[in-house]
Design a protein around this ligand. Structure first.
Ligand code: SAM
Length: 266
């Protein structure tokens, strides 16, 4: 079968990498696992061998047919044909009465939107172990004041403990991708750092701070359409120097700043 580029089909052929992914995900018997894009089923097979109960979501009809043949009679596999971006992970997890671990060699074309979806539906997951393009992985784990630090790094840290596991060479896939891949783990925090009621505004603050990342916070945050007086008050309440750039703020500081904005006026 011809791999479909538009579906990000790069299949893992290196068994050692498969073993390392399963080990990074600490899969144990009885775990409920979501796999986005099982492809030909290399990771799926390793997950089932570990005793996990797997929900695999594959968009490619032809691959789904092959997967059904390959895993005929496998009781612990539920194969869903369709777009993972359209699945309701929250109800899937409620139905199982358990949080999912996600283990996936993600198709590059959907890595951004699926990461956002995982964060939005984070209550459905205990941990994510994901193969990503190195460039995206580096942004996810980046620290303040580095060039890769941005919206993705801040949001990930608000909800999870993020770890870079290992890099994977293009030679481990068929067809070979043009770029190096990286496996990352996100252990979801039982309680997000940001309060649920502050979340909407927190996102706006982070987005506007990075919207103009070369400007001072005071100038960058003007896109929030808040008066200079209220802005000065929020920055002073949170103890953050208005002359700093947004890209130097840690997630904790972004949260303090959000709380400063939302603190009731005297
Ligand atoms: N897990 C396999 C492996 O490691 O060899 C395949 C990984 S390949 C990088 C990505 C897989 O995701 C492909 O099988 C592709 O068809 C599938 N895929 C692409 N877009 C998808 C989507 N929106 N929903 C579900 N699966 C998708």
């Amino acid at each position: 079968m011809r791999p479909k580029k538009r579906l990000g089909q790069h299949f893992l052929i290196d068994k050692n990498v498969v073993r390392k992914i399963i080990s990074a995900a600490s899969i144990e018997k009885g775990d409920c696992v979501i796999e986005v894009g099982p492809g030909t089923g290399v990771l799926t097979e390793a997950l089932l061998e570990k005793g996990a109960s797997v929900v695999a979501i594959e968009i490619d009809r032809e691959l789904c047919r092959k997967l059904r043949e390959r895993f005929e009679g496998a009781e612990n596999l539920e194969l869903m044909e369709g777009d993972a971006l359209k699945k309701d992970f929250t109800s899937l997890s409620r139905r199982r009465g358990k949080k999912f671990k996600v283990v996936s060699n993600l198709p590059y074309n959907i890595s951004g939107p699926i990461l956002v979806k995982f964060m939005e539906e984070r209550g459905a997951f205990s941990a994510l172990t994901l193969m990503l393009q190195k460039e995206v992985a580096v942004r996810l784990v980046a620290l303040p004041s580095t060039k890769d630090y941005g919206i993705l790094s801040v949001f990930a840290r608000a909800y999870a403990i993020v770890r870079r596991e290992f890099d994977v060479s293009p030679n481990s896939f068929r067809p070979r991708p043009r770029v190096v891949s990286t496996v990352v783990s996100l252990d979801m925090l039982p309680k997000a750092l940001v309060r649920p009621e502050d979340e909407g505004f927190f996102k706006k603050v982070v987005k506007s701070a990075f919207g103009k990342r070369r400007k001072t916070l005071f100038n960058a945050l003007k896109s929030l359409n808040i008066s200079n007086a209220d802005m000065a008050r929020a920055l002073s309440l949170s103890g953050i120097d208005p002359e700093r750039r947004g890209e130097t703020l840690s997630v904790e500081e972004f949260i303090r700043l959000t709380e400063g904005f939302l603190f009731p006026a005297p």
